[in-house]
Write a protein that binds this ligand. Structure first.
Ligand code: DAH
Length: 346
């Protein structure tokens, strides 16, 4: 039995040496030390030995078990240590590697100008109103006093979903929604997206943005309109900004005006910037038409109001001297990184 035990210990040692994973080691342990393992066979054979030989054989088996258990424990510890070492190596962080710099965004130039406009109007006690971009012809045209054949309704200019549902062509629709909801005094601006079937070029885009303004109260006059717009433009373009009001026609205002800004490049003499006009067309405005007030349930005998609508792209292009509207939509970082650095005025 002594030689057999010795042979078993040798083959166990071979298996232990060869085991290169906890799993293989456990398999080997079961083979030799398990309940039905090789050592158990020796224990069972004890009973068949003459009584006098049993203590010595038992001692041999015991010594073999102790030696095997120690060998397994030692190898198991070695495998665990190796696994830990490998894990540490795999998780090693090279803190000397250069980091990844997150790139910070900037406000879009149109957001900068819109924030400036909002600041001016919120300071004057206005609130911001919003309306849907998918709009009915009632809010965009009918209630705004466009007659049945008004050219703005043309399918060649307006995106129709069906004969009554469109993408709004102007934020003026929000005037009506506001006056339906709220009775005077009313002071709101309403910035938002607007849509027209225009080809994209340096000054047009089928999607653009407008800011609408509406004030309704007792005793509101054209003087209030002029003063308000002059204040706005001085805050956006600097104290030397000068406006010119020209008579115009809009169905929902009477009288109506187009408002131009004195060209800051040439001071009114005429140059490339203003197409030799001396002024640059900026926005439409006027006194809210009595019919529009009446449609919204506001008594035109008692109340009057002014309204204006300005293109945010146009305002932004003039504010930052951007020559082509497409730059505002292309998201070219080289372009966008030039803004929002404190804001220098022209
Ligand atoms: N809705 C006009 C446009 O899209 C701009 C406008 C003109 C708005 C006169 C007004 C206004 O509120 O009174 O060109």
């Amino acid at each position: 039995m002594k030689e057999e035990l010795h042979a078993m210990r040798l083959s166990a040692k071979e298996r232990i040496d060869a085991a290169d994973s906890p799993r293989a080691l456990e398999d080997a342990r079961v083979t030799f030390l398990g309940k039905k393992g090789e050592l158990a066979v020796f224990t069972r054979r004890l009973g068949a030995l003459p009584e006098g030989e049993r203590p010595a054989a038992g001692a041999l088996i015991h010594a073999a078990r102790a030696a095997l258990e120690a060998a397994f424990a030692e190898k198991s510890a070695a495998l665990t240590a190796r696994a830990e070492q490998e894990k540490l190596l795999a998780e090693r962080l090279d803190v000397t590697l250069p980091g990844k710099n997150p790139r910070f965004g900037r406000r879009h130039p149109m957001s900068i100008v819109l924030d400036e406009v909002k600041e001016v109007f919120l300071g004057m006690g206005y609130s911001v109103a919003e309306g849907p971009e998918v709009e009915t012809t009632y809010y965009c045209f009918d209630a705004l006093n466009h007659d049945e054949h008004h050219p703005a309704r043309d399918e060649r200019d307006t995106f129709y979903f069906d004969c009554r549902t469109i993408l709004r062509t102007q934020t003026s629709s929000v005037q009506i929604r506001t006056m339906e909801r709220q009775k005077p005094p009313i002071r709101v601006i309403s910035p938002g997206k607007t849509y027209r079937k225009d080809e994209t070029d340096a000054t047009h885009s089928p999607l653009f943005h407008q800011i609408e303004g509406l004030v309704v109260d007792e005793g509101i006059t054209m003087g209030h309109l002029k003063g308000t717009l002059e204040e706005l433009m001085r805050r956006i373009f600097g104290p030397r900004a000068r406006l010119r009001f020209r008579p115009h026609h809009f169905p929902y205002t009477e009288p109506s005006a187009e408002v131009d800004l004195l060209c800051f490049a040439c001071g009114g003499k005429g140059c490339r910037m203003c197409g030799n006009e001396g002024y640059i067309e900026l926005l439409g405005a006027g006194m809210v038409h009595p019919r529009v007030l009446r449609v919204c349930g506001i008594d035109p005998q008692r109340y009057s109001g002014f309204a204006f609508g300005v293109g945010l792209e146009r305002l932004t292009m003039m504010r930052f001297e951007i020559p082509d509207m497409r730059l505002l939509f292309e998201n070219d970082m080289r372009f966008l990184l030039q803004f929002d650095m404190g804001g220098s005025r022209p």
